[in-house]
Design a protein around this ligand. Structure first.
Ligand code: TYM
Length: 323
């Protein structure tokens, strides 16, 4: 069984990415799994080329620092020719309505900005389907914001298989029991998001301990003073309980029982996050200081992933009557 997932360098990685995704990939993975930096996905909104390159490098280091084996990682754009070809086949199996229904497209394109939105923003879930289907992934571990995209990959795989012939594995999404959606500490109505310009409520993996503590202390809660786990009524508090639960391996309700004040809870969340992130931060710094090692890991990953996908792409092209 192959698991595959990715992280987009649209900003620095945060604790939502870590607790909801990367940490799990490192802990639950097995030898054949693949994890990659989806740099092509960071081009769907205006971006800065040098910054994109630097962030892709940083995220590759984050994956390895988190404990994913170096022979399981690659950078998406190193497969751009294969992925470009497969994306086209899949776009020709995807309706406009299916793509336009994606929540992330609706959120990011906004109602009045839709005509100005890049076509890539509309079609990037099809590229994501190509990422998944090219490698024959069975399971795609993601936070719940990406579930809809994995559903699209399933639908496209089934449609292609039934129209042209069996070639793709139909993947399924697996979401974590805890930290599937870490919320912005300053605005718990929103998920923690790396592309946010306002970073007060976003704890980055590379934030130093003082910064982590400051952000957690300022987290928005409520004035009810009830230390209970009630995500609908007390979303800010529930978010803190979920983060601490993810760090300690307990259930959020159980965590709530251990505290009698919001301040003490915040102290404990800050302590837990600082300890959780410290070794990762140190390892990322070490990797970024040794460019040759990262370059070698990236080059080997590109060769492995390209070889792995080539047979499936050839079959799909043949079945589709082209190539
Ligand atoms: P991205 O970079 O937005 O997120 C990477 C992973 O982190 C999870 N995540 C969160 N989990 C909990 N709380 C949050 N606040 C939070 N924010 C993000 C995401 O669910 C994801 O698992 N398009 C994808 C990357 C991608 C991909 C793929 C994933 C490209 N191709 C193929 C799976 C398979 C993305 O932008 O993830």
């Amino acid at each position: 069984m192959t698991r595959l997932s990715a992280i987009t360098p649209s900003g620095h990685a945060h604790v939502g990415n870590y607790l909801g995704a990367v940490r799990r990939w490192a802990r639950e993975g097995s030898a054949g799994d693949l994890y990659f930096v989806s740099d092509l996905h960071a081009m769907t909104t205006p971006y800065h080329p040098q910054r994109l390159r630097a962030r892709a490098r940083e995220l590759l280091a984050v994956l390895i620092a988190a404990g994913i084996e170096p022979d399981q990682v690659f950078v998406q754009s190193d497969l751009i020719r294969q992925l470009g070809a497969l994306t086209w086949l899949l776009e020709c199996a995807c309706s406009f309505g299916e793509a336009a229904r994606m929540t992330q497209f609706k959120d990011k394109a906004g109602a009045e900005g839709r005509t100005a939105a890049r076509v890539g923003l509309l079609t990037y879930p099809v590229l994501m389907a190509a990422d998944i289907l090219l490698q024959g992934a069975d399971e795609v571990p993601v936070g719940d914001d990406q579930e809809q995209h994995v559903e699209l990959a399933r639908a496209l795989a089934r449609r292609f298989n039934s129209t042209y012939g069996e070639v793709f594995v139909v993947p399924s999404a697996v979401t974590p029991a805890a930290a599937a959606r870490v919320r912005d500490l300053a605005d718990p109505a929103r998920k923690m998001d790396k592309s946010r310009s306002d970073a007060v409520g976003v704890v980055y993996i590379l934030d130093d301990p003082d910064m982590v503590r400051r952000k957690v202390k300022r987290a928005v809660t409520d004035s009810l003073g009830r230390l209970e786990y009630r995500p609908d009524e007390q979303p800010g508090l529930a978010n803190l309980l979920e983060i601490l639960a993810a760090c300690t391996g307990k259930a959020p309700r159980e965590v709530a029982d251990g505290f009698d004040s919001y301040d003490r809870l915040k102290e404990a969340v800050a302590d837990a996050l600082i300890e959780e992130l410290r070794p990762i931060r140190d390892r990322v710094r070490g990797l970024l200081d040794d460019p040759l090692e990262l370059d070698n890991i990236r080059a080997a990953g590109a060769v492995r992933a390209t070889e792995r996908g080539s047979h499936r792409l050839e079959s799909a092209l043949r079945l589709a009557g082209v190539g």
